[in-house]
Design a protein around this ligand. Sequence first.
Ligand code: ZN
Ligand code: FE
Length: 256
Amino acid sequence: MTLEVYQYPYGPGANYGVLLHDPVAKETASVDAGDGAALMAALEKTGWPLTEIWVTHHHHDHVDGLEEVKAATGCTVRGPAPESQPIAGLDLRHGDGDSFVFAGHSVHVIHTPGHTTDMINYYLPSERLVFTGDTLFVMGCGRLFEGDGPMMHASLQKLVALPEDTVVYCSHEYTEANADFALTVDPNNIALRERATAVKALRAEDKPTVPTTLADELATNPFLRANDPAIRAHLGMEDASDAEVFTEIRRRKDAA
Ligand code: ZN
Ligand code: FE
C-alpha cells in the first residue's frame, strides 16, 4: 500500500475520522470533517498538509468542522451530487460511477443511499480501500433515516461486489453492540462467535475494531448475509427475498 492512513476518534457519537496521505505527492485527503478541532489536531500530529475533504453525507457529525477546516487549510471539498439536505462549502459534487484522481490514485464514487439519500462512498481500487461512511459498519449497517430496506440492501450489494480483500473504513465504532445483535439472528455462526469475543477484548483495551475487510464482513455481518440459509431458517423466512430478510434484520436491530 503506497498511501498512508491515519484514523482518529472524535465526538460523543463514537466517530472515526480518517486521513489518507501520499508521501510522494504530499497530498492528504480527509474523509469527512465532523469535528474541526479533532481534524486540525490530527493534521498537526501527522504533519500532513490537508489538500482535500471527501464528504460522505450531510449529517452534522460528518460536516460540522468542514467550513472551519476549509478556511484554515484552503483545501478542496468533494461531496455528494445526490441532494438530501444542503451541505455548505462543497467545491465538487460526485455521483454514482464518477471517478477522480487523488495523488495519482483513481478514486471511484459509489452512491449507497439508505442511511441518507445523499450518501456516497469512496473506493480506491489500486489500494483495495473503501470508505463506507454510515452505510456499512463492522458487523452492522447504518440506520434507515431517509431510505428503506430494499434501498439499503441494494447499496450494500454494491459494496459486496468489490474484491473480498478490500479494507473497509467506516465512520463509527459501533462494533460491540453490533456483534451482540448479530448473535441474536445468527447464533450458530462460529466465525461470528469468535469475532464477537475478539471484539470484546479489543474494546476492553479501548482499541479500535475499524478497519475491517469485506471478507470478514461477509462471514459475520448479518446485514450482508440475508441469503444465508441458517439466518433465514432462524427468522422463519426461508421463502422470502434477500431484501425482505435484510429489512427484517434491520427492523429487529432498530427494536433491540
Ligand atoms: Zn450519518
Ligand atoms: Fe454518523
